[in-house]
Design a protein around this ligand. Structure first.
Ligand SMILES: [Zn+2]
Length: 290
């Protein structure tokens, strides 16, 4: 990876990378709210006297947008860029309420204590970005790639040095190399999104919630993403055919896939929300395709 891309992740639960252009600086995702302080000090160390210009968000989930209000307080002129759908979501009072609740829970789970107060009004997308948009940073650029399937607002980002930040739609790698699938809103769109990322044939891959994929894991990466969601779909459909309802499928799913590694890397409520979403999606799309 080029040294103009720096990992500034503030803590467990979501990662953040800083991209240094000659003229502009950009952050890719900001992680959880409780990591705000650490994230800001990490960014400050790298930026030195420069300011943060752009904050790109891959989607509107709390573990990717949580620190936005603190970042905006520190760099009021920074611009938050995300999908139009993410902008709509972050306008909704109930979404902001959910984000705050999940942020509070995460602060407890990760022993970060009480969440520092923040202003909901700062938690928003300032500027909408679309598939194919290119943001120039001076000497490097960021291309926006719509990759729906995890959410309707999921975006992947390709840096001009060939580094791809695939969205959570494609899956997240674990420390064991296994891929956790995350197709909450659409199975078929997730498949298409994986193919779309694969076709880019990126030089480097930064897997969400993980980081840089090693040279050894890179050749099989996209196939592993496809296999992971295929396996999940098959597992859910098999139970459905045996007469299990959604809640029963969730219990079996948890027994099967909630391993030690998953426990370390994802809070239980987030794991369940993810699984519930995938179960609903598989059963819904099964009906549609029948
Ligand atoms: Zn997410």
């Amino acid at each position: 990876m080029m040294n103009e891309i720096v990992d500034v992740t503030g803590g467990k639960g979501g990662n953040s990378f800083l991209i240094l252009g000659k003229e502009k600086t950009a952050l890719i995702d900001c992680g959880m709210a409780y990591c705000g302080d650490k994230l800001i000090s990490n960014i400050r160390q790298v930026l030195d006297t420069r300011v943060l210009d752009y904050i790109f968000i891959s989607h509107s989930h709390y573990d990717h947008v949580g620190a936005i209000p603190y970042l905006k307080r520190t760099w009021p002129d920074s611009m938050v860029l995300g999908a139009e759908h993410a902008q709509r979501i972050l306008h909704r009072q109930n979404a902001l309420h959910t984000i705050r609740e999940l942020a509070r829970q995460a602060a407890q789970i990760y022993n970060a204590g009480i969440l520092e107060e923040y202003d909901d009004a700062l938690l928003k997308v300032d500027h909408c970005i679309y598939d194919g948009d290119i943001m120039e940073l001076g000497g490097s650029s960021i291309t926006v790639i719509e990759t729906q399937g995890h959410t309707k607002c999921s975006l992947s980002f390709l840096i001009s040095d060939g580094t791809l930040f695939p969205s959570e739609t494609t899956g997240c790698m674990s420390k064991t190399g296994k891929i956790y699938p995350g197709f909450i809103t659409s199975y078929s769109e997730a498949i298409a999104s994986i193919h779309k990322c694969q076709a880019i044939n990126p030089r480097f891959i930064i897997s969400p919630h993980f980081g840089l994929v090693s040279e050894d894991d890179r050749p099989g990466y996209w196939q592993n993403c496809l296999t992971a969601i295929e396996e999940t779909k098959e597992f859910i459909l098999r139970l459905f055919k045996q007469g299990y309802n959604n809640e029963e499928i969730l219990i079996e799913y948890e027994k099967m896939f909630r391993d030690e590694q998953s426990r370390l890397e994802q809070p239980t409520n987030a794991f369940r929300l993810n699984a519930q979403g995938m179960i609903k999606t598989v059963l819904k799309e099964k009906v549609f395709s029948a």
